[in-house]
Design a protein around this ligand. Sequence first.
Ligand code: HEC
Length: 481
Amino acid sequence: MKLLIASVPMFFEVKFSMAATRSALVLFGLVIGALTAFGQDETPQVTFNKDVAPILYQHCVVCHHPNDIAPMSLMSYKEARPWAAAIREAVVRRVMPPWHADPHVGEFRNNPRLTDQDIHTIDAWAKGGAKEGDPKDLPVAPSFHDGWHIKPDLVLTIPEQVVKAGNQDDYEYIYVPTHFTEDKWIQAAEVLPGDRRVVHHATVSVISADEAPKLIESHAGVQKMDKYHFRTGKVNHMKPDAPVYDDGCSVSPDQEIHDPTSGGINHVPAIYLPGHLAEVRPPGYALKIAAGSYLQFQVHYSNRLGKDVTDRTSIGLVFAKGPVTHQVAQYEIWNNWFEIPPNDGNHKVTSCYTLPKDVMVVAYTAHMHFRGKSMTTEAIYPDGRHEVLFNVPKYDFRWQETYFLKHQFLMPKGTKLVTTAYFDNSANNGLNPDPSKTIRWGEPSTEEMMGFWLAYADVTPVDENAAKSDKSPDRELSAKK
Ligand code: HEC
């Protein structure tokens, strides 16, 4: 006790004298700084090596490195220097890094947006002559692994597919056995297209060992269509005269389609969509691939190159290294019954889905095609409270990110998820393939979809013992390399 009392004043003394020294130094610095500024009229020099490279390494080079999705590498001064003005422009206008969720709604783990300070630094660098600076200041550059944005423990690859010249739209279903002899927990995953020029999207879903043979057979034959759908080649469409429900919240037994909103559960380790990077789940959250499962690769091919192309698309899996507490899956909520009139620049479509169970909310994805304009999802909780969860004010087909929440939260059973989408089928939409067409649901990108996907975890914790799956590396399965 005595010792403690005795030590208190000493502590204060030390603190005080340190603070005093520091403020003296700061004062000194200010005086010197003012003198320098006064004398030479020069602000401290912003350089690539000291100030800009750390920002690019953290926020940009994930796409801007050789052979990735961006058109140029920004890894070195030599590569970045010619782009200085364009870089400044892109960050000041907040076009780069790409991010389409409203920054005022929700907090996301994978939000890459720059701080105002970072933008200021890049602005000052470009305006100040884009100087290189001292090589000693350059941080170590991040490294990348053969096109992956994660470091996969295992890579599974589809057999070679020949995508014929003139193939405009095909959905191929390819089944790859995992040969897992025990359940595996996937913490992160990424789909890597074999040839980005022809792979429009690729969704990888887990299919159980029982289900797989039936599915393989049904996709090998011609798929059966109901009276509302038709098929051309290997893609499905809604018939022009199928019933129309732009308001997916209008539920009534008198309607031909009683409930136009559908919501299915899917187990998707990863998906490839334009501008979409790896799925990295929060620690403790993982997707299960049960022993013996298959991975279904649904690959949307479209070849406009005028020659045959071969593709081998892969999925890279990162196994959970720590204990898994929450098993992740995904609700895919759709309204497929809309009709978008020709030349309509602001066509509203809604969906309403009531959660059948308690879930922990993990991530959101908005999915539309070229005419998608905006999407907002609001939760109406069982206690009547409303909350906007997610808002993509300017949807862009070329950037379909999944937005992972910083803080997972419990959403109770009975919560109604109301999603409102707008479509732009006018000539003002630069991506619109044809404003003169009436548009219904369809698998080709030139037709439309209206989907809100909610990645969630079961509330009941996973048995921690079941989660230790990372010890048996099935690396010989890796078909690539
Ligand atoms: C998720 C991937 C990704 C990230 C992260 C990213 N970019 Fe890009 N960037 C792209 C792609 C793809 C393009 C080309 C398509 C486009 O312009 O939309 C591009 C285009 C650009 C362009 C325009 C090039 C031109 O032709 O005029 C600039 C400049 C740029 N990026 C700078 C940056 C900077 C600076 C950052 C970080 C602050 C960044 N990007 C982060 C993918 C990315």
